[in-house]
Design a protein around this ligand. Structure first.
Ligand SMILES: O=C(O)CCC(=O)C(=O)O
Ligand SMILES: [Fe+2]
Length: 347
């Protein structure tokens, strides 16, 4: 399977191939209504108050975090301390990777889902009938760090960027633990975050001549705990909130953060993983870079005992090893929360 980028950038495309034409499964327009962000304000978290604010500022930020997780599963993080130059360099590194020749990229194509460096198109072309308007690069960056050899600068920049982002994610997870009434280090310890799995996902969504007929990525949730995303100043991410799609207008220099399925499992369903999708456009190529943070791969994750009481809150998910969960999610079609549904306990 070739890459989309080369195809989309060759000649003057005026229509898209029929295998990219996507219909929502219900065909129900109400389901797909997009509300403007102005009507629903996406929560913003000031990271500096969490990390180095007064005790009062930290507590109030933890409350905001809890509210954002409970009501949205999505928030923007500002004042996070990761330099803008590093973020920009990292996005340029991703662009340079996608700009390699097809032959150079082929070295990492067609790999197994647990191969540490893998690139391709759409999500999982071995099972998809409809393709998505996107190419990707996925690299395992923690606890073992990997990097493609080209472009040459990629290794050094991503090593630094991944480390800085991981620190932000772990601090957020400490706050989220506390917001659930758990001990600050609960997730850090129980999920062995010192050896936590971190994966870099670079996405390119080329300009599309018929953007309303296709999708960059369909409605899905992420498998891990928290995903921290940046983009090249081109929007396209939408999150589902109260049954409607909200377009994310990213604040400059912010991280777009979404909760993954493992936050839902650990919190015993108190915090839900957020459904999100990506729309494409006809004006500019979008590049996004998601860093997904999860437990240690060998950890069997269960709902926190503190959040389970057999009478009112029985365990809502069965324990599953994180590695097994990833394999399940990555080798099927990307489809809403179908993976989480497999571990749900029907009470
Ligand atoms: O490109 C985006 O904004 C989102 C990407 C995404 O959802 C993913 O890689 O899982
Ligand atoms: Fe995602």
């Amino acid at each position: 399977m070739g890459f989309l980028k080369e195809f989309a950038e060759s000649g003057n495309l005026t229509t898209i191939p029929s295998n990219y034409i996507f219909c929502t499964s219900t065909g129900d327009d109400d389901d797909d209504q997009v509300v403007a962000e102005a009507e629903e304000v996406i929560p913003t978290i000031d990271f500096s108050l969490l990390k180095s604010g007064t005790p009062e500022q930290r507590s109030s930020t933890i409350r905001d975090l809890g509210k954002a997780c409970q009501e949205w599963g999505f928030f923007m993080v500002v004042n996070h301390g990761v330099p803008e130059t590093l973020r920009e360099e990292m996005l340029r590194g991703c662009q340079s990777f996608f700009d390699l020749t097809e032959e150079e990229k082929q070295e990492y194509a067609g790999k197994h889902v647990l191969d540490p460096i893998r690139c391709g198109t759409s999500f999982n072309t071995s099972v998809e009938k409809v393709l998505f308007w996107r190419d990707f690069l996925k690299v395992f960056v923690h606890p073992q760090f990997h990097s493609p050899d080209k472009p040459p600068e990629f290794r050094e920049i991503s090593l630094e960027y991944c480390k800085r982002t991981r620190e932000v994610a772990r601090e957020l997870l400490r706050g989220i633990s506390q917001s659930l009434g758990l001990e600050e280090w609960y997730m850090d310890t129980t999920l062995q975050l010192e050896s936590g799995f971190q994966i870099l996902i670079a996405n390119i969504y080329p300009r599309c001549p018929q953007p309303q007929l296709t999708m960059g990525l369909p409605c899905h949730s992420d498998h891990g705990l928290l995903t921290l995303l940046i983009q090249n100043h081109v929007d396209g991410l939408q999150v589902q909130h109260k049954g409607k799609w909200v377009h994310v207008n990213a604040l400059p220099n912010s991280f777009l953060v979404n909760t993954g399925d493992h936050i839902e499992i650990v919190s015993n369903g108190k915090y839900k993983s957020v459904l999100h999708r990506v729309v494409v456009n006809n004006n500019a190529t979008r590049i996004s870079l998601a860093l997904a943070h999860g437990p240690f791969l060998e950890t069997v994750v269960t709902p926190a005992a503190h959040l389970v009481d057999c009478e009112n809150h029985p365990p809502a998910y069965r324990g599953i090893k994180y590695k097994e969960y990833i394999q399940l999610q990555q080798s099927n079609q990307l489809d809403g929360k179908s993976c989480l549904d497999r571990v749900r306990v029907l009470n």
